[in-house]
Design a protein around this ligand. Sequence first.
Ligand code: ATP
Length: 251
Amino acid sequence: MNVKAEDIKLSYGAEAILKGVSMEAGNREFVGLIGPNGSGKSTLLKCVYRVLSPDKGAVFLDGKPLKDMNYKTSARSLGVVAQHNYYNFDFSVREVVLMGRSPHKKALERDNAEDYAIVAEALKTVGMAEFADRSFSTLSGGEQQRVILARALAQQTPCLILDEPTNHLDITHQLQLLKIVKKLDATVISAIHDLNIAAMFCDRIYVLKNGEIVAQGTPREILTRELIREIYEVESDIVEDSKGNMHILFY
Ligand SMILES: Nc1ncnc2c1ncn2[C@@H]1O[C@H](COP(=O)(O)OP(=O)(O)OP(=O)(O)O)[C@@H](O)[C@H]1O
C-alpha cells in the first residue's frame, strides 16, 4: 500500500506545528521519521492515522483521499502502535488484541474461532501468549507495548504506523519488535528516536525539524555527522562494522 501525506498544515491556536509537510511511503517500504523532541513527528502520524485532521493538506492511501473513507475501511488499511495506550476499562490482554479484529466484523458480529486463532498467533509472535488472561493494566510498559503490537498484527493491515514503538522496550525486545514488523513486508511509517535503530531498519528516513521536513533519503544519505550536528546539535562519528552495517557513535 502506498501512503502519501501532501502539504499537511496544522496549528494549535497561533502556533504552527506542521508547516506544509509532505511525505510518502511506497508499497512495503519501511520509512522512518526522525527529529528532535517537539518537531511534530507524533502530530504528523496522528494526521495519518486520523486522530487529528489537518487544517490543510491531505493523506492518501493508494491514491484515495483518507478523509473520504469511512473509519472502518481505513482501519482495515492502517494498524497503529501509538506511544501511550490507556483503557478506561479493565480489559484482559486477549480482549485488547481481539479489538484488532473489529474492523473486519459487521456490527454486533461476534468473535469466532478464526478471530481467536489469529489473536493467539499474534500473541505468540510477540512472546506474550502466556499473558492472554492477565489484565492489560497490570502489565509493565514494555509488555503493554508488545500487546499493542499484537493488536496491530491481529488487524492484518497492509500498513502499520508506529509512534516510537520501542519506547518502553529493553534492547532484546526493541530488536524483536522491529524484526517482527520488518518481516511483515507491510508499508511501515515509524517515528524513531534511536538513530542506530533507524539505520538498521529503515529503507528511507524523513527528518522533521520545527514542523518542516528538512531532509529525506536512505539512512546512509541522511545519517551523516553534518546532519546530526545540524539537527540535534551533537557531535558524532559514523563507523562501519565488519558486516558493512553503519553505527553512530555520539560524543
Ligand atoms: N494539543 C496540543 N496543544 C498545543 N500544543 C500541542 C498539542 N499537542 C502537541 N503540541 C505541541 O506540538 C509540538 C509537536 O509535538 P509532537 O508530539 O508532534 O512532537 P514529536 O516530534 O512527536 O515530539 P517527541 O519526540 O517529544 O515525541 C510540541 O511542541 C507540542 O508541545
